[in-house]
Structures are given as C-alpha cells and as structure tokens.
Design a protein around this ligand. Structure first.
Ligand code: FES
Ligand SMILES: [Fe+2]
Length: 385
C-alpha cells in the first residue's frame, strides 16, 4: 500500500536550489526549527567549539551553562572558528583582526576599538555581541530551537524517552561510553535521501546481508512522534555471511558474560530526530550521525562511534569488528543514497512528472519511517515564519 500522495515528496523537490533555500530557512534556520548542534560526550568541561551539527554556530560551555552563538565575527562577518578544536581560553578571538568575545557572546574588544563612556557607548559596544539562540538539552545532546515552540519539542522528546524506557533502554550515552572515532563522509545527493534510507527497513533483508543476519527485520517495531521515528529490532540469531557481523554477535555474548549480565534481546534501536540527526543504539556500539547539507545536491554525514569502557578487556577485538561491520553496511547505504539521487535526476530528464516514492506501508510497514519523514517535511516546510 502506498502512503497518501499528498505528503510524498515529488522529484522536483530534490536537488532543487529553490527548495533548498526554503529548507535552509524553515528547517535549518537557528531559531526557527529544531536541530541538533552538539553532544557533551564529544567534548567536556568549559570552553568553546564550532557546533558539531551546524558550522554556522558555536557552542560554549561554562559552569554547566551551554550556549549556541552565531559563529560570525561582528567586525566583518567572517566565521570566528573554522575547525572543531576545543578552545579552553575564556575568550574567543577572531584570527583576522583579533576582535574577541566572551563565552556568553559579549564583545570584549579589538585593536583600536574605543567607545565613549556613556549610554551611547555602551549600546554601541553591546551591538557587537554575538547573537545567541535558544537551546534544548536532551540526553547530553544540544539542540537549537524556536523559542516559541520549546514546549512542543520538549513534549516530543519526552514521548521518545517513554518509548525507549518501555523497552528498558534510554538514549543516554552515560559516563561509561567513550568516543572511539568520528568520520565524515561526503555524498552527492539531496540530504533528504539519507533520511529516507534511514527510515527504510524494507531494504535491509535484500541489500544488507550482514546486518540482516544480525538484526531481525521480522521483529521490527515502530514508534513515532511529531519530529522523530524510531525502529526497534531484536537479534536474528542466524549465521552471518559477514565475518565482521559474526564476530560482533560472538563478541557481545562474551562481553555480557564478562560483565556478568544477561544479553538483552534487542539488537538495535534506530532513532531519527528530524531534520537531520540519527542515534543508533546497538548492543555494544552507539553511533550518533548528523547529516549536514552543503548544497541542494550534496551533504556530509558525520558519524561518531562510542563503545563501552572495558569492551576490549571482556571481548578482545570486538571494537574493531563492530566498526568494520558498521562500515560494510555504510558502504551499501552510500550506494542506496546515490543511486536514488541519480535516478531522480534521470526521472527529471525523462520528464516523469510526479513520479514519487511508493512507500510500502503494508504488513509491518517497513518503510513507515519514510512516509513519516515525508509528512513531517511537507508539514514543516510550509509553516508560516
Ligand atoms: S573579521 Fe573578525 S576581527 Fe575582523
Ligand atoms: Fe541501510
């Protein structure tokens, strides 16, 4: 059964500069929508850093207070920070003419900058402060949010929390999870296709032989909120043709035995929080990935891998096996994303008009996440601003 045509994305809504401009202002505009910026497990303590999810913003942390600031020097609008290195100094100094700012965004000064000692001088100085945006924190993650809709986003995250808790898990990457590595992959495709592939369990059995022998798509359960979808899959318990997935299944059993705990039946929870962050809670591995659009037909997928402390002690070689298994599946997903991008271009060249994406929602609804994402996009792109 196909989902209602009213919300399905049409081919001219992909790789389209006009649509992309609208997405920038509706979905990725700090202060308008709701989008992921950073995670406290990526860096701790006080300091500042370019946001993980949006290079146009800075994150600062000080005495437990997190701020999202425009990464834009008020002197001549150059980015203040162009890398992901944590700055532990109390001021952020622009490299171009040495203007500097405190972690709360307030302007400190710059060479030759003088202000009168009266009200007008103070106002002139204040006008140079960095713009600050409203944030929401959830499970160590920082989001930038429309200040008028904070209650709506909080309610949605609470719904996600209860969906996870009902299954005995939570999305917290607690103190015993450590960052193993991070990776950026560049794609030639519209960013929305990545979200589609993430919400599509239909392709897993035919296209991911390794993954489908690890997690059983017949056990798929969905949870939905206004701004998210989540999939839950149990272990498949079948022999895998992938040596890495076989090592993963074997290793986590050893790891559980080493820790003296029962291995849960849940193999993975895949959570997408729209527009662009995904949290994958596997037995033994956690992955946060953020899709950062770089143009109408290009994006970066930035993935962070976390493993539990003591993993190598209990199951030597498990970390490398999990990362290698994940990479096998990721390569297959790159093909899924880029073939669809090329197919959409061909459909447009052939003038196929409203050719859509015929989402399969019958049975367990293996592509229900795609339909949900399309409906969210359709609803959100047209909200008044
Ligand atoms: S652009 Fe930042 S100090 Fe000039
Ligand atoms: Fe996939």
């Amino acid at each position: 059964m196909a989902h209602p045509a009213v919300s399905a994305l049409q081919i001219d809504e992909y790789a389209n500069p006009k649509v992309f401009d609208r997405e920038r202002s509706q979905l990725f505009h700090p202060g308008t929508g709701f989008s992921y910026l950073d995670h406290d497990r990526l860096w701790a303590g006080s300091g500042s850093r370019r946001s993980d999810g949006d290079p146009r913003l800075l994150i600062t942390r000080e005495n437990g207070k997190v701020r999202a600031l425009a990464n834009l020097c008020s002197h001549a609008l150059r980015p203040l920070v162009d890398d992901d290195i944590v700055n532990e100094r109390t001021v952020i100094t622009c490299p171009y003419h040495q203007w500097s700012f405190r972690r709360d965004g307030s302007f400190v000064g710059g060479p030759g900058c003088e202000f009168a000692d009266d009200e007008a001088g103070v106002a002139e100085r204040r006008a140079l402060d960095l713009r600050e945006f409203e944030t929401i924190e959830w499970c160590g993650m920082i989001f930038v949010a429309d200040v008028d809709r904070v209650a709506e986003f909080d309610a949605d995250l609470a719904a996600l929390d209860s969906a996870l808790k009902r299954r005995g898990i939570d999305a917290n990457i607690g103190s015993d999870w450590v960052l193993h590595s991070s990776e950026d992959d560049h794609y030639d495709a519209d960013w929305k296709i990545f979200l589609e592939v993430f919400g599509d369990c239909y392709h897993v059995p035919p296209f991911h032989d390794g993954l489908s022998a690890f997690a059983d798509c017949a056990t798929l359960e969905w949870e939905f909120g206004e701004h998210f979808h989540a999939q839950f899959l149990d272990f498949a318990h079948v022999d895998s043709s992938s040596a890495q997935y076989a090592k993963w299944a074997d290793g986590i059993a050893k790891d559980a035995a080493g820790r003296g705990v029962e291995l849960d039946e849940l193999a993975v929870a895949w959570i997408a929080i729209y527009p662009n962050v995904m949290i994958e809670l596997y037995a033994g591995l956690r992955v946060i990935s953020v899709v950062i659009p770089t143009g109408p037909n290009s994006f970066i997928n930035r993935a962070h891998f976390f493993v539990r402390e003591g993993t190598e002690e209990h199951a030597p070689g498990l970390t490398a096996a999990m990362i290698a298994a994940y990479a096998e599946t990721a390569v297959q997903d790159i093909e899924l994303v880029e073939t669809r991008a090329r197919g959409i271009a061909t459909a447009r060249a052939f003038d196929l008009g409203n050719a859509g994406y015929l989402v399969q929602t019958s049975g367990i609804g293996p592509e229900a996440g795609v339909a949900h994402f399309h409906a969210w996009w359709r609803r959100t792109i047209s909200l008044p601003r």
